[in-house]
Write a protein that binds this ligand. Structure first.
Ligand code: FVH
Length: 300
């Protein structure tokens, strides 16, 4: 006998991975997806989820609702479509939203779900791994809102997906964290694409081996440097160059841009960094650290 029923809204790649993980616990899972013919929906049903084609009926099945749609606009669109027919379907319920969005969207969703739908508890969250990693040892989620005691039941139910980390009562905290982590990742991708494009211009343009066997280990060893920069920012140690003066680094980044121009590679991801490092040199001198680039991003 299942101990808890959960309604899961959105059976895309991530929704399917999450539902398959949840089905390994003793929860019973009702699912809804806009497109019922999507193969992921069929797979979830084959694994034991109960498909409800009507969103209002799906939501009526459980006091605990998890949502994982493409974006917040799709959540509003889907719920607006049933507002007239099922105005009370979320009243008194707990909603955990695992959709990617901005801090403002999280705050607005919180207000809308409370004021328009009478949701009792709303947690905004994010799954921090790819669908392939869901349920595995490195899988984790973040969530924020309400209070830690109120999160204990959702946390228990979410745990088959990954380790739930509660980030505090600020409803925007999880979205902010999610985007900060993704920004770090996409920054890495931006530089990586320039690096790979430069390698592609070499007489031997086969790059898989050198990237996997040499550049990835190089980068892995350097990643902790980001944490050192963050601490230096906290402590406003702009002059601390940690052995790597900003002028020396600026020359290196200028050389990347120059090499891109020579080799016919678009370096626009990198040119903004040159501008910011030049400002740091102007403000703090060439012997300062690179950390002050960060504060230049803060617009007020
Ligand atoms: N996949 C990943 O690697 C990342 C890992 C980190 C977290 N993200 C976020 O998870 C959200 C869902 O992503 P996804 O991978 O499941 O995305 P899709 O496979 O594209 O599925 C999208 C779902 O959204 C539904 N949907 C799209 N448009 C509408 C609409 N107009 N009305 C109602 N639902 C809509 C879609 O339904 P359908 O197209 O099958 O009918 C899927 O259920 C996302 O926030 C990631 O950033 C994933």
């Amino acid at each position: 006998m299942a101990s808890q029923s959960i309604t899961f809204i959105g059976i895309g790649n991530m929704g399917l991975a999450a539902v398959l993980a949840l089905l390994k616990s003793d929860s019973s899972i009702t699912i809804w997806n806009r497109t019922v013919t999507r193969p992921q929906v069929q797979t979830a049903v084959g694994a034991g989820a109960v498909l409800e084609e009507d969103l209002g009926k799906a939501l009526s099945k459980s006091a605990m609702v998890f949502i994982c749609l493409l974006d917040y606009g799709k959540i509003r669109q889907s719920l607006e479509a049933i507002r007239a027919s099922s105005p009370s379907v979320l009243a008194g319920k707990t909603v955990v939203n695992l959709t990617n969005g901005t801090p403002r969207q999280a705050r607005e969703m919180h207000s809308w779900l409370q004021e328009t739908w009478n949701v009792e508890r709303y947690f905004d969250g994010a799954i921090m791994v790819t669908p392939q990693m869901v349920g595995g040892p490195h899988s984790f989620l973040v969530a924020s809102g309400e209070d830690e005691a109120a999160f204990s039941e959702p946390s228990r139910l979410l745990s088959p997906i990954g380790n739930p980390q509660y980030l505090g009562p600020d409803i925007a905290a999880a979205a902010r964290y999610d985007l900060a982590a993704l920004s770090t990742m996409y920054g890495l991708f931006s530089g990586s694409f320039i690096g790979m494009a430069l390698l592609k211009r070499s007489p031997n343009p086969s790059i898989g081996k050198i990237v996997k066997e040499s550049i990835v280990p190089f980068l892995t060893a350097l990643v902790p440097y980001i944490g050192e920069i963050a601490t230096a920012w906290d402590e406003e140690r702009w002059e601390d160059n940690m052995g790597n003066p900003v002028l020396m680094q600026l020359e290196g980044v200028r050389n990347i841009v120059a090499a891109c121009e020579e080799e016919g590679v678009d370096s626009s991801f990198m040119t903004n960094l040159v501008n910011l490092m030049e400002k740091v040199v102007e403000q703090h001198g060439g012997d300062a650290g690179v950390t002050a680039v960060g504060k230049l991003l803060l617009k007020d």
